[in-house]
Design a protein around this ligand. Structure first.
Ligand code: AKB
Length: 321
């Protein structure tokens, strides 16, 4: 049996850093090479090999693949929705160039399997907003969404045309107490927990009734590991799978936090991110993922809130020691 040798690109980022640690537990520290343009957390840096690398450096990435005899690549580097609106061309080249580098390496049989995350941002204002189906109208209006939708088309093309084994998930907002997000529209759902514990109040940049699909990090990591472990014939969607766990509004999230911290206060001051959120679905139909590879989420709003507050409290008390 040929064991996997994994390269994670974007390993210092929000999902990448937790994914790297999980994959190291599963495959052995030395079999998971983490890479990013910047260094990551202490845990990430000390638990296994790390390489500084720009995700758009074609020869650099090819060199890493050869040097470490890489079989599987998880391409987690991306510029998220809010930042991408501020630097569209930079977002486009990071999000697309990095994908082409990896798809071409897989086409040339230098790697065997690819994971590439897509997003609910592939949908747009003309998409059915509730229980958004797997296959539907997609007219994204954000730079990030356009790059992810384009990426999905290319993934499917490389699978159909060249047999590239690329697997993908449309992530909703991902929430974690271990890592901070950067530049997303769903980031409020993490900031709110930090502020609830630090100051007891939070001003949301999305309006109170803005419902968005969300997921706890544990579930997101599980989904990523599961889809990559699935026999290839079961992965029937080769663009990207809808994936869902829960949907809530800032008001509902604040209500769940208030159950644990009754004095918590929330205010609303929507900014440019409101228009991005308004263009996205409020809930997702992920029955294809549930049928094809048995996707099942574990966390809902109640246990997410509990675990977030508990985990953050512990890390804040460690910080204060
Ligand atoms: C963002 O808000 O940009 C991301 C996403 C939904 O892909 N969290």
């Amino acid at each position: 049996m040929i064991s996997e040798k994994i390269l994670i690109i974007g390993a210092s980022g929000q999902i990448g850093s937790e994914l790297a640690l999980r994959l190291r537990e599963l495959h052995g520290n030395d079999n998971v090479i983490a890479s990013d343009i910047k260094e990551g957390s202490e845990d990430l840096m000390s638990s296994g090999p790390f390489e500084i690398m720009d995700a758009t450096d074609e020869s650099g990435i090819a060199g890493l693949v050869e040097k470490h005899s890489i079989t599987d690549v998880y391409l987690m580097a991306a510029m998220l929705s809010a930042t991408a609106e501020k630097m569209p061309m930079k977002a486009w080249s990071l999000n697309m160039d990095s994908l082409f580098i990896i798809l071409n390496l897989a086409k040339d049989k230098k790697i065997k399997k690819v994971f590439w995350p897509s997003s609910i941002a592939v949908f747009g204002p003309s998409t059915p907003k509730h229980d958004t189906p797997q296959t539907t109208i997609m007219e994204p209006t954000t730079v990030y969404g356009i790059s992810k939708q384009t990426g999905e088309r290319w993934c499917e093309y490389f699978f159909n045309k060249f047999g590239v084994d690329v697997r993908s998930i449309r992530f909703p907002g991902i929430i974690s107490y271990k890592t901070l997000p950067g530049g997303g529209t769903t980031d409020y759902a993490i900031e709110i927990f930090h502020e609830a514990l630090r100051t007891g109040k939070y001003t949301s940049f999305l309006s109170e009734e803005t419902a968005l699909p969300m997921m706890f990090m544990e579930d997101a990591i599980k989904a990523t590991v599961d889809i990559m472990n699935e026999p290839a014939e079961n992965v029937k969607v080769r663009s990207s799978y809808n994936l869902s766990a829960m949907s809530f509004t800032p008001k509902e999230l604040a209500g769940a936090i208030k159950k644990e911290i009754p004095e918590f206060e929330i205010n609303y001051k929507p900014d440019f991110r409101q228009a991005i959120a308004d263009s996205w679905p409020s809930s997702i139909d992920d029955s294809a993922a549930r049928t094809d590879w048995n996707w099942k989420h574990e966390y809902d709003l109640k246990n997410l809130t509990h675990v977030m507050l508990k985990g953050l409290k512990e890390s804040l008390s460690l910080e204060n020691k």
